[in-house]
Design a protein around this ligand. Sequence first.
Ligand code: GUN
Ligand code: FE
Length: 418
Amino acid sequence: MLQAIKANIIHAEKSGFVSRENAYLVMEDGVIQGVFDTLPAQYQNAALEDYGDAILTPAFADMHLHAPQYPMMGLGGDLQLIDWLNDYAFPTEAMFADTDFARRVYRQLAQELIKRGTTRVCMFSSLHTDATLILMEELEKAGVTGLVGKVNMDRNSGKSLQESTGESIRETLRWLDACGNFRLVKPILTPRFTPACTDELMAALGKLARERDLPVQSHLSENDNEIAWVKELHPDCAQYWQTYAKYGLWKQGTLMAHCVHSDARERAAMREAGVFMVHCPDSNVNIRSGIAPVRRALQEGVQVVMGTDIAGGVQLNMADALTMAIRMSKQRWIESQGQDDFLRFHEAFYLATTAGAAYFGVPSGFRAGERLHAQILTDALLCPTLQPLTLPERLERLICAADPHSLHAVYSDGVQRL
Ligand code: GUN
Ligand code: FE
């Protein structure tokens, strides 16, 4: 089917916004044919959706969140990472042995993501294979695309949530065999973090990553006590990242959440290997991990994307997450008396949209041949301003004021989902 969408079209490049006012985006069967200032003759009979003065911009990519922590969002915020995991996260995740419960929670989560303009994700499930498959089904049904990982964890997580090394490997294989039919969601290997994975398990996952060419996601240098613990567990590794590198898990496209305490050397190791930093600012302040050196990492050429880290973070909306990223980097600017530069709006918006899409190999903007991932935002309900605003200013106001009524429509993988 041929469709044309008329709107003010804007996206962020690394260097700034690119916008086209009153433009036409033409799609055939969900695949973008082009963006035009006037509708070309050959598309005159396309079904036209005229969004008037509204803004069309890329949908969000939430590149790190824990689906089974959704029920505990907003809980446990008095604690720091290790206590928070033991007292809240692990017991909550243990509930996903119940597949009916999993179905109910994951259906709601998938729908709530679309309602917030998030169409791409990299997600942690729990260690349960069946619940992980249910999560993938529900995401696919709602139209959320991306990567999902059955979590591997064979030590240090209490009785209710542990798997043996053998079980962890067997269940990972069973899960991989069962997820071949999904179209929108694909598997990603997910060793939880070094303290929760024995050397034997890490080695098996590294081998699997290599043999089946699978991507990897995990956590890195989030919290001081966690880092000290990793040092005790791996006295041969000078730095945390080497505990992953030792087993072949530190490779092109590996996603490492947080990196709050990653120093220049660890960041250089990321850049050299093509490992991505997933910046999760709301989580980092909520469980008091610290302020990640995200602006510095960008300057050094590290690839950075952004996540909500539900439920270390308590904001499912990526508009809130990117606003928080700007705030936290301003805090770093204040504390360093201007030595550490702060994130500009276009940079944070880039990280939350274009950079996440780029992880999946999608070029910036709305290029012909790509399937449309976009959100339509309207500021018709906001208070009028004295002077006319530019498109980037209108977008900044919509995102940073985080008005929940501004999201008018969402397209994911070429299909309108909201
Ligand atoms: N490190 C290991 N597991 C987790 C988790 O569930 N959340 C966060 N924020 N950090 C982790
Ligand atoms: Fe996390």
